[in-house]
Structures are given as C-alpha cells and as structure tokens.
Design a protein around this ligand. Sequence first.
Ligand SMILES: [Zn+2]
Length: 396
Amino acid sequence: SILSRCCRVLSTDSPLTKYSVLDVSINLHPLYPQYTLSMETVDTLKTPTFDVWHWEHNEMLSCLEFMYHDLGLVQEFNMNPITLKRWLLCIRENYRTNPFHNFRHCFCVTQMMYGIIHLCRLQVQEDALLFCVLMTSAVCHDLDHPGYNNTYQINAHTELAIRYNDSSPLENHHCAVAFQILGQPENNIFSNISHELFKQIRQSIIRLIMATDMARHGDILDSFKKVVNNFDFSEEEHVKILQMVLIKCCDISNEVRPMNVSEPWVDCLLEEYFMQSDREKSEGLPVTPFMDRDTVTKAKAQIGFIKFVLIPMFEVVIKLFPQMEEVMVLPLREARDHYEELMQIEEAMSEVSEHRRARLTEQRESSKDSFQKTQIIWVRKVESDGSLLQSGRPWC
Ligand SMILES: [Zn+2]
C-alpha cells in the first residue's frame, strides 16, 4: 500500500516491516512471559503513584493486558486473548526508541487513563464501549512517533507533512499506523465484533488521537468549558468532548506523578527537544524557542506548562470529577511550587555565575595590566643586560 511504502521512506528501519519478518516466529513461540501481578501491583496500577520506571517492556505489556481483562473489555468485545497479546506486542514494536515518545510514554498515558477510569467510574457507570475507546486510543496515540514534532515536520517538508498537507501530520500518522496494525487479522482485537460497532470504535479512536495535537488545545478546552457546567452523560456531544479532554489530560500527565517519577521525564523531553533544535539549526530551519538548549532549563520548561496548560485544564475537569482534585491537581500544584523554587535557585545560580564571570574578567583585565607592567620592566632589564637578550628568550 501507499502508506506502508511511505513508512519505509520515512524510516529506514520501519518497525512494521521488522514485525512482518518476525511474524512467523511470533506465532510459534510464547509472545512474552506471563507475569502474575502481585496484589500490590494491581492496586497501585490504578493510581498515579505507580512507578512507571520500575518495569521492563514485557512487564508493561502484561500490565496492559491485565487492564483490558480487568475492565471487562476482553469479554465485552469477545477478544481472543492470544490476539490481545499479539496486538500489544505489535504496538510495542511500533513505538520507536525516542528519548520521550517511546513505548514507556505510551504505557504511562494508558496507565493514567486506567487510573482515571477507576477514579471516575461511578459517574460514567460501566460503559465498556467508552472504556475501550479511551484505553485503545491511549495505547495507540503516539505510534511510530519519529521524535520530531509537527512544526519540524511542516518546516522540513517531511514525507508526513506532504502526505497530510501540513494538518496534524503526526497525529494522522499515529492513527493510520494504529489501523494498519488492526488491519492485520492476527493483530485485530476487534475481529469478533460487528462492522457497525467497529466503525463506531474506529471513528472515536480517530477523534481521540487527533485531539492529542496540542495545536488544538485551546479550542478543545473551550468547547469543554461550554458544556461542563450542565454536563449530561446521555448527551453524545458532551461525552465526545469529555473523551477528548481525558486523553489530553493523560497525554500530558507526567507532572501528576510523584516527583521522583515525573522529573526524569522532563530530562527525556528536553533531550528530544534539543535533538530537534540542533537539527533545525543544522538544516537552517526556524528554531522552536522552547526547544533551544541555549535558553531552556528544566524549571523554565515546566513552570509555564504546569501553570498555564496543565492546572487550568485539570481545574475544569474536576468540576465534573471532584475526586480528581486530591489525586491529580494537588500533585500538580506541588510540582508547580517545586519548579518555582528550582527556578529561583537557577536564577540565583546564574546571577552568581554572572557575577563570578564579571569578576574573573575584571581580574583578567587587571592581571593583563600588571603583566604588561612586568613585561616593560623585563624589557628594560633585558635592554640593559645584553647577555639576556642574546640568549633569545621570547619575552613577547
Ligand atoms: Zn503522547
């Protein structure tokens, strides 16, 4: 197909291609070891305090598999449990090893969604279709992310930007890859449902993945604000907007997690940003200001984002789900305070180093002065002492 051909053009080691080669062996051998999750793991898996750095890829796959069983999705949609395993494995294969947009990020977003579903399921009742769409969109939302954002794609006229005419090239691609995978019978977890239901799920997943484009953040939040005060769960349009906001919340939810879990993610994000700005510089493209290693620091990168994007969005969501305040908004406020402190330290440090630099320059200037004076004295000495001059020592 055109799509898979383009994929190969885009990335020389396309994970999809790699997977089809592995296909046969994957069918013959156990997919990944079966882990039995401890009671403690099962409990913390439902909360943002779950330590996402603690787990190997295979263990994360088992956790995801567990979530699909636990939410009743396997039963409700008559999924073949082996197909579920194979699908998850294929999903992992199709995340690249970027510093940030990798399989662990996919896991984090999905695990946060699972946590939110548990926290809020009383209000939404047991709605398997809703849970299925939320979870599956989270799993697929960054598939085959190349590590360079839409701005880069568009400015550099990449294959993706050309294919999708500059409109959300990445999100379009994540979505297309998701359905390319589901289009393979051995990976289709929805093979046992009606065409009508599949069509409905497909439309919803597309809508949710497309909503993760941050360029649409303001618009989506505005439409949610319009309905949140008289929200009606039986109103289809209301639920559609809520789903979009929820996947957005999960996508950018690292700062909701405990500091020891969230902070390494900032380093990963900056690493990916710097990779992009370095490339922009070397290719003569406009440099995205918040990605420039010459100006960005950890605190600077996070404070604005927490204050003006994260907290305002979660504060609208808690109007609908007040139980999210303690679990998610409090940690956000703590993170904001932490980075504000860090920012003050950074500023003080840069002031100190600025001061030190100024003093060093001053010292250098004055020592240059005294060096020159010494030189003059020596030159005079040399002039008065011919033997020194003859030895040819390099005074100047
Ligand atoms: Zn993401």
